[in-house]
Design a protein around this ligand. Structure first.
Ligand SMILES: O=C(CO)COP(=O)(O)O
Length: 252
């Protein structure tokens, strides 16, 4: 069935020295043996992709990959400051996060732009990790399913069957960086709602798509979250900065 996938998102953290320590520690830990059939990745800031690609290749663990945190919606051109998916591919990326709530909030990204980014990532042979999620206000007013459904609907409209090759990350905004994790049941309910919505479009796509949970995942809550039938792994922010915590979550 769907493999468990655990992806670290360093966000805008790291430096040459700490990155090197992190990758070496995680590789040494993973070499001791990991649960079978899982995939792991770490999404690092763009300037460190080449460094981390070399470090990850050095430890040559088939289940550990590199990822990026964003890609341009365009293939190439006059887009100062942006990074094309083809460049990320050249630098060894297997996964690219698109539409993280911090990109939506600080860079005003729309669902349509996010879907175009996902297409670029797919066209370059990588897996997009498409983030969705509601705010605290939206949940408190009972609109969480409606909000997430509309985000998913716009991905379906553009990506269609190609969604089968994407990952979706449900990251409720109120749980990101707050220490306030969604309970396993609250997360499962939304993951189920997303899968049912995808099944309305295409049952095959719905059964293939991995849906990751993100938002205050820690070593002590990961087991319960990952045990849920529609939770296929996690997108880990703060806890992924600490190599030991990340390893503990990967082993959960
Ligand atoms: O945004 C996240 C991962 O993309 C989640 O961040 P935290 O794990 O720090 O809550």
């Amino acid at each position: 069935m769907r493999p468990l996938i655990i992806i670290g998102n360093w966000k805008m953290h790291g430096n040459l020295a700490s990155n090197s320590d992190w990758v070496k520690t995680v590789c040494r830990g993973m070499e001791q043996g990991m649960p079978a059939g899982r995939q792991y990745a770490v999404c690092v800031p763009s300037p460190y992709l080449a460094q981390c690609d070399a470090l990850i290749k050095d430890c040559s663990l088939a289940f550990l990959s590199l990822g990026a945190q964003d890609a341009s919606a365009f293939a190439a051109g006059a887009y100062t400051g942006d990074v094309a998916a083809s460049m990320l591919k050249e630098l060894g990326c297997a996964y690219v996060i698109v539409g993280h709530s911090e990109r939506r909030q600080f860079h005003y990204e729309t669902d349509e732009q996010i879907a175009e980014k996902a297409l670029q990532v797919l066209d370059n042979g990588m897996t997009p990790v498409i983030c969705v999620g509601e705010s605290a206000d939206e949940r408190n007013s009972g609109r969480e399913v409606e909000v997430v459904r509309s985000q998913i609907a716009r991905q379906v409209a553009v990506l269609q069957d190609r969604l089968a090759d994407c990952l979706i990350a449900y990251e409720p905004l109120w749980a990101i960086g707050t220490g306030k994790v969604a309970s396993a049941q609250v997360a499962q309910d939304m993951h189920r709602a997303i899968r049912l919505q995808l099944a309305e479009f295409n049952e095959d796509v719905a059964s293939h798509v991995g849906i990751l949970y993100g938002g205050s995942v820690k070593p002590d809550n990961a087991v319960e979250l990952f045990a849920m039938p529609d939770i296929d792994g996690g997108l880990i922010g703060g806890a992924s900065l600490n190599s030991q915590d990340f390893l503990a979550i990967c082993q959960a």
